[in-house]
Design a protein around this ligand. Structure first.
Ligand SMILES: Nc1ncnc2c1ncn2[C@@H]1O[C@H](COP(=O)(O)OP(=O)(O)OP(=O)(O)O)[C@@H](O)[C@H]1O
Length: 350
């Protein structure tokens, strides 16, 4: 697994072993399955995964909207939900579409909100400007396009000037122009030094604006790191065939190479119960960026690891995502009768 940040320092969000199950009539559904998420502070972080992979559930746990079964969560080093009140002012989030008064202007809606949360009204003009609605603040909310409505929702989260913004699928239902508006807004917020954690299953929008990403499947992190590192934006990327890629990635990093390792789908149950992915270090995809193939062979060979394949690789984030989540849409839904991670509820087994 590639992780850009080794310690919890400098992380806006960190989860360890986070787990959440839902009890349904058909048994227990594992929504989040031991999630270790690292979101570096500052910039845009894409939280990517197919439908049902656990993104919304994770975000709801971080915000204290639903309890975790086990595991830990920290926001800016503060344990949540236990100490959420002491960090909540630094966090703004859109999880569901917020409600505004349709006949009031965008500005009036925000003024009401500012009064409600005790923020000076002067802040309203600033936040409208920062989402590009400065010129339209006096128009009625109902006259806004969907993209503008969503930008107003983002402006509302900015009233408190939060350091961390959490957006769950903020471009859902928007047309290409609306998507582009939201994308630019998120990028601008990231450039201001805020941390933007944005969940999405649309890779192209994330690839363009994110600095770092986590790719999740069935409630677990499959890969995370910088977009440049994962797609090889820092130069030519070479796919390396070697017997122990998990060990090789450590050796290469110690030697100063930019190397990434990702678990591969197996098509069968892994021993640790994570269906469909081999998370052992004996398989997976090893890529190295910005290094001479001869150098890669030499460094690994000196440690007794013999390279059997060196392929130039030009994969995009979408390609990586598809490889990592291969079969997600075709497999039985988590918790379904055919899902081995589903266990009968006590009532059902009784
Ligand atoms: N309240 C609930 N009760 C039962 N199962 C739930 C509940 N909420 C979520 N789930 C299940 O948990 C799993 C993860 O759902 P979640 O909404 O977190 O995924 P997601 O990655 O956000 O998906 P999407 O992209 O579709 O929003 C899914 O199988 C979902 O059906």
């Amino acid at each position: 697994m590639s992780v850009a940040v080794g310690s919890d320092e400098g992380l806006a969000v960190a989860t360890r072993g986070l787990r959440k199950t839902f009890r349904t009539l058909r048994g227990t559904r594992v929504a989040v399955h031991g999630l270790d998420l690292d979101v570096p502070a500052g910039g845009v972080h894409g939280f990517l995964g197919p439908n049902g992979s656990g993104k919304t559930t994770t975000i709801r746990m971080l915000l204290g909207l639903t309890p975790a079964d086990s595991g830990t969560m920290h926001i800016f080093g503060t344990r949540v939900p236990q100490r959420l009140p002491s960090v909540v002012d630094r966090v703004g989030a859109i999880v569901e579409t917020p409600k505004f008064f349709p006949t009031f202007s965008g500005e009036r809606n925000l003024r009401l909100l500012a009064d409600a949360i005790g923020t000076p009204r002067a802040r309203v003009g600033e936040v409208l400007d920062s989402v590009g609605l400065g010129g339209r603040g006096h128009d009625r909310f109902r006259s806004y396009s969907l993209g503008m409505k969503q930008r107003l929702a983002i402006a509302a989260t900015l009233l408190k000037s939060p350091d961390l913004l959490i957006f769950d699928e903020p471009t859902n239902g928007l047309d290409p122009a609306g998507i582009s508006e939201i994308r630019q807004t998120m990028r601008r917020l990231g450039d201001e030094g805020r941390t933007v954690l944005v969940s999405s299953h649309i890779l192209s929008e994330i690839e363009q604006i994110a600095d770092t990403v986590s790719i999740i499947g069935r409630g677990r992190v499959l890969a995370q790191g910088s977009v440049a590192g994962l797609i090889g934006g820092g130069g030519e990327t070479v796919e390396v065939g070697v017997r122990h890629p998990g060990a090789a990635v450590r050796i290469l990093r110690e030697a100063g190479f930019s190397a990434e390792w990702m678990a591969r789908p197996t098509g069968h149950d892994a021993a640790d119960g994570l269906r469909g992915y081999d998370t052992s270090e004996e398989s997976g995809l090893l890529t190295v960026t910005g290094a001479e193939p001869a150098e890669i062979s030499r460094v690994l060979g000196e440690q007794g690891l013999w390279v059997d394949r060196l392929l130039p690789s030009r994969r995009g984030l979408e390609q990586i995502f598809l490889e990592l989540t291969a079969g997600e849409g075709l497999d039985p839904a988590p918790g379904s009768a055919a899902d081995p991670s589903a266990t009968p509820s006590p009532e059902e087994s009784a």
